[in-house]
Design a protein around this ligand. Sequence first.
Ligand code: XUL
Length: 517
Amino acid sequence: MAYSLGIDGSTQSMSAIVIDLDKGDVVCECAINFGERLPQYNSPNGFFNGESSNEVYSDPLMWLDAIDLLFEELKELCDLSKVEAISGAGQQHGSVYLNAQWLKAISHLDSEKTLSKQIKPCLSRPHSPIWMDTSTTLECQEITQALGGNDIICQKSGSVAIERFTGPQIRRFYKTSLEAYPNTARIHLVSSFLCSIFSGQDAPIDTGDGAGMNLMNLKSNTWDDDLVHATAPNLLDKLPDIVQGETIVGKISDYFVKKYGFSEKVSVVVFTGDNPSSLVGTAASTPSKTVISLGTSDTFFAAMPSTVSDPNGFGHVFGNPSGGSMSLQCFLNGSLAREYVKDKYEYSWDQFTDALSETPPGCNGNYMLPFFSPEISPLYNGNGPVLKGTSIFENWRSPKLAIRACIEGQFMNMKVHTDWMQMVPEIIYVTGGASKNTTIIQILSDIFQADVQRLEVSGSVALGGAIRAAQHCLNHSLESLEASFCSNSSEVIKPNESHKELYTKAIEEIESMLLVL
Ligand code: XUL
């Protein structure tokens, strides 16, 4: 009986899933919430602010304590000696800074001590900046200028220089920590740091997560000399190797064998970023399937038929752990925009849904760019939403029209800003709070003219790790793993073809409004 184990080192928790490959079912799942279980780190949501609110850090020792807690619990929930393969993922972009002691310490972990105690002396920077940090605007400008403009950086790395990406973060560290930077022998991503811990060796970075750094060349899948040079001196020596997502890094560290009862034969597959892992865990790692998460912000990601970058520089390209590339586009005005219109009229969610049902597709020619707060797809720092239509609508005097125009505006803007990916989704998998609302996802289906299905899988990031481990170490096919662990029996919403033309015209209106932003 073979088990595969997947790990998810996310912003708020460290979690794991164990799957039984013979039976095709989930053996157990377990999560350690940082805020609840490790309050001594003063990070109720897994992070804390630095001196200014745009500096956001997390403590890598907290992640390590969570790993020990997680396996203490997991070994009670299942027989860990049956695990044959491990992989996993970490929140993207976050970085861990280690001194020269790291290389020895990581291969000599003592199971009598905790992980955090042994790694603490290896940190050259006590805290890790994470993806929520936006303190590097200046560094982004400097890197962009050194490279010769946004277009060049975007073509090379798949994204323009972005505050949360690791390269600009490293540059800021180099500029502000003149002693600690030279003292840093290795800079890991969260994913490669966790992979190092599990494999007991200094692990490589995979192309999926490596692409979220503004340092990797998308064509060669290696560190880009110009980007590395523009980021910080002697950086190349401090970066791990980059490998493809199918790479087996080695066997599990003795630490886990002795302490938690794993077999010493367990293989570890290179870890990846949470979004690339989720692509696998949602069975969407082959082109023609798209995942849209309707959450606080709305996120659209998909396996790409061919590697192209967003000419506007708003979207991102990461490596796809199943080969090729994946795209990711984030829309900040997600749930908060939907809530804003609902609350403006003191509506309940039921009244909100009724308003959608009682108004026609195309909203009688009333259109909204629903940017209630700053947006990144497209870049917009203006004074709230842009409305075009009747005076009643433009003056916010029709709650029903405002609600429909908001939802239609969100999805039409999403369609416009994901066209660069050159993919025609056959099926869109939806997840997140608003995906529960069938009226909302019918509108999504009509605007994209694609089938839409609600995802039943929760914990797709850890599941993606367990699937990748089984695929690459134990020779299970991706198709059979998807069929066993990602099957989806929820209803498929079909697009209403009679609305196609109407939305094509409406999208043209939205495009013209976007042009004059
Ligand atoms: C993606 C991003 C987040 C993090 C944390 O670019 O910043 O999705 O991966 O989940």
